[in-house]
Structure formats: C-alpha cells, structure tokens
Design a protein around this ligand. Sequence first.
Ligand code: MSP
Length: 515
Amino acid sequence: MRNKATEENFFYITTPIYYVNAEPHIGHTYTTVLADTLARFWRVYGKEVYFLTGTDEHGDKIMQVARDAGVEVAEYVDRISGIFKTTFEELGFTYDRFIRTTDKDHEEVVKGILKKVYDAGDIYFGEYGGYYCVGCERFYTEKEMVDGRCPDHQTPLEYIAEKNYFFKMSKYQDWLVNHIKENPSFIEPERHRNKVLSFLDDPLADLCISRPKDRLPWGIPLPFDDNYVTYVWFDALINYLTGIGYPDGANFAKYWPVVHHLTAKDILIPHAIYWPTMLKAMGLDPYKTLKIHGYWQVDETKMSKSLGNVVRPLDMKLKYGFEQFRYFLLREMSFGLDSSFSEELLVERINSDLANDLGNLVSRVLGMTERYQDGVVKKVEGHEGKLADVAEGIADELPGLMQGFRFRKAILKIWELVTAANAYVESVAPWTLNKEGKHEELAGVLYALLEVIRILAVFLTPFMPETSVKILTKLGLELTGDKVFEELVMWGQLQDGSKVQKGEALFPRVEYSPE
Ligand code: MSP
C-alpha cells in the first residue's frame, strides 16, 4: 500500500562532501546522522529514496595538508577518504553512494558542465585580486572580513591576484533574489535565509572558478584551457549531480526535482549563492530546498585539534554505543541553532531517557509478560486507555515533523508515548491485578503495553535503527519492508498466542568518567 498523503514518491537527500583534511568528527557525524534518519524515515514511509554522501578531495587546503604530511596527495586523499567510508560503514549509515571528487565519472561531469557554461558565454578570462581563506577555500569581501581576518577561522586572509577564469555569477543576482523571495522554503530556517538575502543586498561579484596549474596542480583540468584546474567549490557542488547520474541517468530525472541539501551554516554562501546560479547557467532547475543546521561546540567552546577536544564518533561508539550517541545528537540540537556537546550531558541522557524511560519500560512490560503469562501474548482488547490515541497522534504528526526537519521535536513527541506508558504501568499496577487474580484485565493491560512497545519500535526505526530491531526481536517480529509506516503503526497487530522474550536490557547504565 502506498501512502495516500504522500505528494511525492521520491526523496533525495545530500550531505556536504567532507574535506579529507581531517578525520570524521561529531560535526560530520551529525549531518550524516540527520540525512540517514530522513532516508530511513521516508523509506519506511514508502518512498523511493536516494541518499548521497562522500568526500571533497581537491583544492589548496588538501594539497597543503598532504604536503605537510610528506605524502603524495593522491595517496593522502585515498587514505583519509577511506577512513571516512569505513567509519560511515561502521556507523551503519545507509547511503546509496559514497562519492569522491576524484571519481572518474565526476571528473567527466565537471568538464562537461564547464564546457557547456563556457560555450554559452558565461565563463570569461580576466584578472582579479582578493582576500582568500584557504580554510574556507573562498574569497571574502571587505564587508565580510573582520579586521583583515576570516570571520570563520579568524586567520589572516591572503591577498591573491592572478589571471583566471570567471563565472558570470552577477548576471543571475536578480533572478536569485526573486527566487529566494518567492520560495520561502528554498533556504531554511529563516534566519539563514535572511543572511543570504542581506548578502545579496550588495552587488554580487563574479566567481573565480580556476586556479593556475603551476600554483595548484591538484584539481580537475579546465576542458578549454589545460594550464588551469577547476576551483574546488565549482567542482565540489557538482557532486550532487554526478551522484545521481547527470545528465542521462534514470536516477537524475527521478531525483533531481526532489533534492534536499543539508549542510551546516559554515558553507551557507557557496550553497545558497554559487550553487543556484551555477544551476541556472547550466539550464537546470534550482534545488528544492537547502536546510541549514547549527554548529556543535564542545563544552561550550569551539572544537579544534589544537584544543584537543575533538569528539570522534568511533570513540563514542566504543565508550557508550553509537545508538546512544546518535540519540543524543538528534535529541539535543534544535535544527538551525548551535548546541554544545558534553560527555557529562550525554551520560545523563543515556541514563535518564534511554536506560530509565525507554529501557525500563521495555524490560518491565516484557518481564511481566514472562512472569504472569509465560511470555505468551493474549490479545485482550479494550484496556488501552489513552495509549492508542497518543500513539495515533504521534503517527499523524511524525511525517510533518520530518518534512520540516524537526528531529528534536519528533523525538520529544515519541517520548510522550514512553512517558504515557510508564505512567499507565504505575496507575494500573499490573502486579496488583495479578495478586487479585484479575487475569483477563491483566492480559488486556499487558496487550496494550506490548502494542505500545511494538509501535515505539516502528517510530524509532529511523532514529535508533538498532534499538528498533532489538525491540522487535524481543517481540518475535521483524520489519520486512512489505508494509509501510501507516500500516505498521496501526493499533492491535500483535498476534494472540505469539511469544515474547525479555532478554538483555536495551541500555546499560553508564558512568561519567572524565579522563
Ligand atoms: N568540502 C566542503 C563541502 C562541499 S559540499 C559540496 C566542506 N567540507 S567540511 O569537511 O568542512 O564539512 C563541513 C560540514 O561538516 C558542515 O557544513 C557540517 O555539515 C559538518 N560540520 C563540520 N563541523 C561541524 C560542527 N562543529 N557542527 C556541526 N556540523 C559541522 O565544507
């Protein structure tokens, strides 16, 4: 069955492709967790989904780190990109392609697009001098600079003047302003959209899209001048097209109209200004939405290698379990705003939300079913109190929340069912019903609670996929993919006579032990 409510049957989600100058940390993990959660949600909802992530491997910055490491750049990028890929596999991300800008097909697509835009007259040769930040790989305007420094990295900006190729970005300024104004969901949340509009209050400069090969040999050669390579952002943004088989692939036709780009606020300008104008010049429709999330700090300070406070996903997995860390990321940050990570808070959340609220609910209900009914489900209906309504309300609200990228709100909503079920256990006191020999009522109460657990497992599939499978296994069930969300969350599906098993606790309690 397809969902009636679904307007579109396809969903395409991208993460930024990550620079291979650093190993995966909380920031890369967060964006990829969000994309993975959306991909999993819309899949279970019945849509066809494409999820793209990968690595960005050209440019000055990568060249410099490889040089500093004393390694051939090609060897260096293979190594770090490999680390990203194996880490993402270990974290269980369900991407459809892990793209690298050094992939052959990407190089061909970039060259094809450059040629097309050049032939159309939107690329010209000229000279330009400006203030460059290697960290951001972009020029800054006088207005954006802070005391001659990069507003993001706080490093002094380098003045670079050389002959290069330029993309006529300014030509599309009016079109872009109109497009943003007419489509409020094009860039969200609103604060980031406003930032873009205020940037566009000033005249837009053209975009320098080449680097002379004798200064920077590491890049995709321009198809119309072999002395130059392509500017790293012009190359990188195009990955979103290569990834779905532009120009001729079937996936391109299917997924481009429903593309959602997900990034943090650090790369707002390239995504909100360079990219749509590039698409316009190529003759393509702009992307559907750009969703901008905030920045993770660590213990209220900026995360950096030099401060030694970098939070790595595999360390978190080893110490606390990745599902627990994933839950924290989704639960803690309001989309669009900054948040601070602390291990102490993570431990608190694991113990209170996961071990206490969810974990205890599951083990109590299954424990009582084992104790009072030998683990056998008895389908006695009519004892669900408000629980079925609470579950139905959440099922109705989740698609809208996911459409709005409101991950935190979605989790809080799901926890309303956890809280309601825990309160129900306390108020009906199944142990008393057992003592009083009210077995029929007890069976009804347990049936309602088992249904809550089953539906919780469905709700949690996108957010905590392993936990969801663990809960379903305890109930003797699995999600096979032949039923979609709306069917799965319908009340009353546990079969009379089926067996459940308490097994191990879902979440061991943890202690905070600073090194
Ligand atoms: N290579 C470019 C992106 C090209 S996309 C066509 C790039 N790479 S990056 O490695 O610097 O990744 C930046 C992205 O990583 C952010 O937009 C965000 O998705 C994620 N994060 C990195 N640090 C972060 C935080 N501290 N907090 C949240 N996310 C951040 O820019």
